[in-house]
Design a protein around this ligand. Structure first.
Ligand SMILES: [Zn+2]
Length: 452
C-alpha cells in the first residue's frame, strides 16, 4: 500500500488542545507517518499515492465507544419512552423480550446496522458485548471497523427481571455456557482481522450472575490476559438486590471479588455514593459513561464528583442511539444543569472522553485515541462547511464542534489505514441492502414479541 495524505484541514490531534489550521496527516499501511502543518510534509520523500483535500474539514482521531450491544439495533426507538416504575420499564418490557428472541440469522444484519451507525458517525473502535457474540465478529471483519468483542455471561433468566424483582434464581448452567462461548470467542477471533478484533471477558454484572460466576469469569480473563467488562451500579434495584444478597454495595462487591482493576471497564455506574467513587479511583477501574442513554431512563451518575476524584472516564452508548457526538453534549450539559458549574468540563474535555478516554479504558492508547506518528491510522474527517458551524473562530473550534456536530457531518473514515467511508458512503459493505434486510427481520421479530 502506498502513502495516503490528507491535507489542508483543521488538524486536531487530541494529545493536547493544539489546533493546526492548515494541517495534514499521512499514513503508510496502517501507521501514521506524519501529523502536523501541511507545509511540513515531505512530498518528495514519501510520494503519496492518494491525496485527500480536507479543506473546510476537521481531521480527528476516530472516536471510541466503550460500551455497545450491537444487537440493540432491534430495539431502536422501542424503549426510550416506555414509562413505568420510573426507570427501566422499557428495557424489561420490550428490550429484553426482543433481543432474547433473536434467531441465529437475525444477528448479522442487526449487528451490522448498529455498527454502520457508529462507523458512519465517526466511531472507529467499539467495545461490544452480548450473548452469541460470535455472530458479531464477521460484522466487524466485513465492515472494517476495530472492535473488542466479548460474550455476555449471565446466570439468570433476563425475561424474569424487573426493577422491583429482588429474586434472582441463579442458573449455573447458563454461566458455564457463557464461559464456554467466551473461550470459543477468544480462540476464534482474538487478534483476527489484522488485529482489528480483540476480545475481553464480560461477566454480566452482580445483578445478572452469582458471585461464583463473576469469579469464574475473572479467572478466565486472567488466564488469557484480557480485560473485563461489567455492568455495575447500573439500574435501580440492583443495589438493593446486591446489598440484600451480599451485605455490601455493588462496587464493594466488585472490589472484593477482584474484578475492579485498570483492565476493567465498568458500564453505566449510575448509582454511586462517595465511597463507591473512592473505590473506582483507588482501583483505577474505568467508567464507561452512558451519558445520552441513562437520562432517557430519568437518571444520571454523579459525574461532578467522579471528575473530582480523577476516575478514568470514557463514553459508551449501550444501544439504540450510537452517535457519540450526542453523548459528548450530554456529558457536559447534565452535570452543568445539576450543579450550575459551567467550568467543570468543556468541549475539548468531552472530545477527550470520546477519543483518548476510550482508548485508555480499552488498553489501546499506545495505538489509537490521538493522531501521532507511529499510531494506527484511525482517522475521521468532519465537514465544517454547514451553517451550523459557521463562522469559525479557530481558537474556539473544540467548543464549536462539540456543541454543533452531528454524526452525519462525518464524511470520511479510515480504520487501520483503510478507507471504510468515503464521501459519506460506506465502501466495504452494501449498507442499503443490510438496512432493508434489518427492517424485514425487525418487523417479524416485533410482530412476535411486542404485544402492542
Ligand atoms: Zn449495557
Amino acid at each position: 500500500m502506498s502513502v495516503t495524505l490528507i491535507e489542508n484541514g483543521y488538524l486536531l490531534p487530541m494529545h493536547s488542545r493544539q489546533i493546526i489550521a492548515d494541517g495534514a496527516i499521512a499514513f503508510e499501511n496502517s501507521r501514521i507517518i506524519y501529523a502536523g502543518p501541511a507545509s511540513g510534509f515531505d512530498r518528495a520523500k514519501h510520494r503519496p499515492g492518494k491525496v485527500i483535500n480536507a479543506k473546510g474539514k476537521a481531521i480527528l482521531p476516530g472516536l471510541v465507544n466503550t460500551h455497545i450491544h450491537l444487537v440493540g439495533a432491534y430495539m431502536k426507538g422501542l424503549t426510550e419512552d416506555v414509562a413505568g416504575s420510573g426507570d427501566t420499564a422499557g428495557l424489561y418490557k420490550r428490550g429484553f423480550p426482543v433481543v432474547c428472541s433473536l434467531a441465529d440469522g437475525d444477528y448479522y444484519c442487526g449487528c451490522m446496522t448498529h455498527a454502520l451507525e457508529m462507523v458512519m458517525s465517526g466511531t472507529t473502535t467499539f467495545n461490544s458485548t452480548w450473548m452469541n457474540e460470535r455472530f458479531a465478529a464477521p460484522v466487524v471483519r466485513d465492515l472494517g471497523a476495530r472492535a473488542v468483542l466479548s460474550e455476555w455471561i449471565v446466570g439468570t433468566d433476563l425475561l424474569k427481571l424487573s426493577a422491583k424483582n429482588m429474586e434472582r434464581p441463579w442458573d449455573q448452567a447458563m454461566v458455564e455456557k457463557g464461559l464456554d462461548n467466551a473461550q470459543d470467542l477468544f480462540e476464534s477471533w482474538h487478534g483476527k482481522a489484522n488485529g482489528r478484533i480483540t476480545t475481553r471477558i464480560s461477566p454480566g454484572g452482580p445483578g445478572y450472575l452469582s458471585d461464583k460466576g463473576i469469579v469464574q469469569a475473572r479467572d478466565l480473563a486472567q488466564k488469557h490476559g484480557v480485560g473485563i467488562n461489567i455492568h455495575i451500579a447500573e439500574v435501580p434495584g440492583e443495589t438493593e438486590f446486591v446489598t440484600k444478597r451480599y451485605g455490601k454495595r455493588p462496587m464493594e462487591l466488585g472490589r472484593d471479588l477482584g474484578i475492579l482493576t485498570p483492565q476493567t471497564v465498568c458500564f453505566h455506574c449510575v448509582y454511586l455514593n462517595d465511597s463507591d467513587i473512592d473505590i473506582m479511583a483507588e482501583t483505577r477501574a474505568n467508567l464507561s459513561h452512558t451519558a445520552f442513554h441513562t437520562p432517557k431512563r430519568g437518571y444520571f451518575p454523579p459525574m461532578e464528583k467522579v471528575y473530582k476524584k480523577d476516575v478514568s472516564v470514557s463514553l459508551g452508548t449501550d444501544w439504540c442511539s450510537n452517535d457519540l457526538w450526542k453523548f459528548m453534549r450530554s456529558a457536559i450539559l447534565f452535570p452543568r444543569v445539576k450543579t450550575g458549574d459551567v467550568g467543570m468540563m468543556d468541549g475539548y474535555d468531552a472530545l477527550r472522553l470520546a477519543t483518548v478516554g476510550g482508548a485508555r479504558a480499552l488498553g489501546m492508547d499506545k495505538d489509537i485515541g490521538t493522531l501521532e506518528v507511529g499510531k494506527k491510522a484511525d482517522v475521521i474527517l468532519l465537514d465544517l462547511s454547514p451553517p451550523w458551524y459557521r463562522p469559525i473562530r479557530e481558537k474556539d473550534l473544540f467548543s464549536n464542534i462539540v456543541y454543533n456536530s452531528n454524526g452525519s457531518d462525518v464524511t470520511d473514515v479510515f480504520v487501520d489505514g483503510e478507507q471504510v467511508v468515503a464521501g459519506k458512503l460506506v465502501k466495504t459493505v452494501n449498507a442499503e441492502e443490510i438496512m432493508r434486510e434489518c427492517q424485514e427481520r425487525a418487523d417479524r421479530i416485533w410482530a412476535k414479541t411486542l404485544p402492542d
